[in-house]
Design a protein around this ligand. Structure first.
Ligand code: AMP
Ligand code: GLY
Length: 425
């Protein structure tokens, strides 16, 4: 088979690694890819939002399966463009990717189908939102409706903070058109867990759990980032929690989408909060998480291509998903100053240390090749170093040891990825 992957981050590197392991894969392309992906796939300089060019490329190369890694092209309707050309593609259509693309849609869906989530109101004008805040309890959470690079959520501790938030989202358009509508919702407390799942429109199969660390600094301080590290499984995602979510959240979401005429095929990522009142949905994403994919995919025993084809052919009920009974930790190596201001273009040394090391992975995110062929930094999140271990503690030890195998001038990482594990034991 010829496979095309759309995206350029650590997640897409993990997807490419899984695809490369499949005996079915003869040739893998990635658009646009990065320097690490370039070691296992042919990178093609077409942007993820250039749908017509991507579809033309897929036709010309007779691609058998295209896998969309990123949210923007999914929400923008890339799957519809590929399907209209008769191309086989893994991911939700535009009318289903709205589950991630519009928080108002997602919240209204959960309310209509009684899927547990935070209480909320939606607003399409700032005056009504400001009036509502006068009567609200604090802290309170504001969410821009559309995609905002993971930054569209504001937790506001006071009326004044919330008023400023509403003005900057709805009047000053801090996140552009994503702020035309907002959700104002109840502040919840509890541990967060990410559960990713394969969905074929009818059947859903959940993967092993994971937890992300979104803040830039140790102790969950500093600004929100795309994710500074992950661990899998989450010791807080107990059998009891799983049973609750299987009963009230997962299948209910798939059925709700089907009932709305928005059959969902692809990955649903459930962002959950384990509150004192039970698990609640924080958000849905319509794709693998980044860096959740970097700890979940290396532990998957199945041939990923088989599973994706089963989703497309609506035969997921025939697949037994299986994960290794071990653990994995991913530590993101970032450019110092991320997510605000950072330098790039520094040489990355030591990547060869990962060659032939079972259970260790160095997923590239912001990297490229210099003109003379060296690997150099090219973004805020540079690499995701993943290691497996027999349990979470061992995996964490291994990941932090491996994080020292690579060097670049402004290397920055958190030192407490997975520290929460200790509290569970
Ligand atoms: P989201 O993009 O909806 O996942 O929100 C980003 C982050 O904001 C989440 O991972 C939570 O840490 C936090 N968050 C979102 N909604 C709430 C809420 N209702 N209560 C408390 N924290 C929240
Ligand atoms: N790691 C969170 C996300 O991919 O949205």
């Amino acid at each position: 088979m010829k496979i095309l992957i759309v995206g350029s981050g650590g997640r897409e590197h993990a997807i490419a690694m899984c695809a490369a392991k499949s005996p079915k894969a003869d040739k893998i392309y990635c658009a646009p890819g990065n320097a690490g992906i370039g070691q296992i796939a042919e990178c093609v300089p077409i942007g993820a939002m250039e749908f017509d060019k991507l579809a033309a490329f897929a036709k010309e190369k007779e691609i058998d399966l295209t896998i969309i890694g990123m949210d923007d092209p999914l929400v923008g309707g890339i799957v519809d463009v590929f399907e209209a050309e008769g191309l086989s593609v893994f991911g939700p259509r535009k009318n289903a990717a709205i589950l991630e693309g519009s928080k108002v849609f997602a919240k209204d869906l959960m309310k209509k189908y009684q899927i547990p989530t935070a209480a909320y109101e939606t607003f399409d004008n700032a005056d009504a939102a400001l009036a509502y805040l006068e009567t609200a309890d604090f802290p309170i959470v504001l969410k821009a409706d559309g995609l905002a690079l993971g930054k569209g959520v504001l937790i506001c501790n006071s009326l004044e903070e919330a008023q400023n938030g509403v003005r900057s989202i709805m009047c000053d358009k801090q996140f552009g058109a994503a702020g035309n509508q907002i959700v104002i919702e109840e502040f919840m407390t509890g541990r967060e867990v990410s559960v990713l799942s394969y969905v074929d429109g009818k059947t859903i199969k959940t993967m092993t759990s994971a937890q992300d660390h979104k803040r830039a600094q140790d102790g969950d301080k500093g600004l929100n980032t795309g994710g500074m590290g992950t661990f899998s499984p989450s010791p807080f995602y107990t059998e009891e929690v799983d049973a609750f979510c299987q009963k009230y959240i997962y299948q209910a979401t798939v059925d709700a989408m089907a009932a709305e005429g928005r059959e969902f095929k692809g990955i649903i990522f459930f962002g959950l909060m384990l509150t004192p009142k039970g698990p609640r949905v924080l958000e849905y994403n319509a794709r693998f998480g980044d860096p959740e994919a970097q700890v979940v995919l290396p532990r998957m025993k199945n041939d990923m291509i088989d599973v994706m084809e089963a989703c497309i052919d609506q035969k997921l009920d025939k697949i037994d998903l299986a994960f290794e009974k071990n653990a994995a930790v991913c530590v993101v190596l970032a450019s110092d100053g991320y997510p605000v201001k950072y330098e790039k273009g520094f040489e990355i040394k030591g990547l060869e240390n990962f060659e032939d090391k079972d259970g260790y992975y160095c997923f590239h995110a912001g990297t490229k090749r210099s003109e003379d062929g060296r690997f150099v930094t090219n973004g805020g999140r540079v690499l995701g170093v993943t290691a497996k271990g027999s349990d979470l503690k061992q995996a964490r030890e291994n990941a932090y040891a491996a994080a020292e195998w690579v060097e670049f001038e402004n290397k920055y990482m958190r030192h407490d990825i997975g520290k929460a594990i200790d509290e569970a034991q």
